[in-house]
Design a protein around this ligand. Structure first.
Ligand SMILES: NC(=O)c1ccc[n+]([C@@H]2O[C@H](COP(=O)([O-])OP(=O)(O)OC[C@H]3O[C@@H](n4cnc5c(N)ncnc54)[C@H](OP(=O)(O)O)[C@@H]3O)[C@@H](O)[C@H]2O)c1
Length: 233
């Protein structure tokens, strides 16, 4: 069994989720940030990929007292469980991912993470699971999250993790905010990176909703992922 999974991503009008600098460029408008916070507050867990985790060290918390109170009133912890998928879990023990909260933290990693680093993270209260040698086994990761009580998982990038989850047939919905700006750049990351699909393998999406989200011309699109076509993972 696995949780229901949705990806939320913000992209430029040319489909880039960051500039070529890869420093986590601002894409979302104020309205979109508020929407993302509400989505996060409605999730049991929030997942990011290794490059996003190590380069940006995100907090992944619910940033308004009102939304945290709503979670408490529903009997949930005030922040969703934070999840990292990372080949070598060299996280900063004093950084925001490990410390902003309170929040449970789960790290899925590979045998490339040293025992000493696992011990550091575990001592700080994180649960660390070794799921593979080269890449994290995402099917197993989602099964573990389900066993930990996660029923609704929000994925917040980056592009490599998004693609691998999509390829494995593990994503149910996509929320895409498109900002009215162009980033350009061949090496700027897109919302689904990895090796990509060849034409005949393209993953079909079903349009659920579209709306103009803000006065800046930002547009929100929501798709259901059609996973009927067999697992590509
Ligand atoms: N606009 C947005 O909504 C948004 C949101 C988040 C991130 N971003 C941007 O996305 C960029 C980072 O994305 P990214 O594609 O470079 O990296 P990523 O998806 O954050 O991390 C992927 C890395 O995680 C590790 N990993 C281990 N097992 C994996 C598995 N089974 N599947 C996938 N990854 C696995 C691998 O690290 P190794 O290569 O070390 O093995 C892989 O390269 C940044 O520029 C960031 O700003 C944008």
């Amino acid at each position: 069994m696995r949780p229901s999974v949705f990806i939320n991503v913000a992209i430029s009008a040319d489909g880039k989720m960051d500039t070529v600098e890869r420093k986590g460029a601002g894409i979302s408008s104020a309205s979109d940030k508020a929407r993302v916070l509400r989505l996060r507050a409605g999730a049991d867990a929030v997942m990011v990929g290794g490059h996003t985790l190590l380069d940006e060290d995100p907090k992944l918390t619910v940033k308004t007292a009102e939304l945290r109170e709503e979670r408490r009133a529903r009997g949930q912890p005030e922040n969703p469980l934070k999840v990292g998928v990372v080949t070598r879990a060299n996280l900063n023990p004093e950084g925001p991912f490990m410390n902003a909260g309170p929040a449970e933290r789960v790290i899925f990693t590979t045998s490339q993470t040293t025992a000493a680093q696992v011990a550091i993270l575990t001592e700080l209260g994180a649960q660390v699971f070794i799921l593979g040698e080269h890449k994290v086994n995402l099917h197993e990761a989602l099964e573990i999250l389900y066993s930990l009580g996660v029923r609704r998982l929000m994925v917040e990038g980056g592009g490599t993790l998004n693609f691998e989850l999509l390829r494995a047939g593990l994503v149910d919905e996509l929320y895409i905010y498109i900002a009215s700006k162009i980033f350009g750049g061949q090496s700027a990351p897109t919302l689904a990176a990895g090796v990509g699909f060849v034409e005949g393998e393209a993953l079909p999406l079903e349009l659920l909703d579209t709306c103009v989200l803000d006065q800046e011309g930002g547009v929100l699109i929501r798709y259901r992922v059609n996973n009927q076509i067999s697992d590509r993972g």
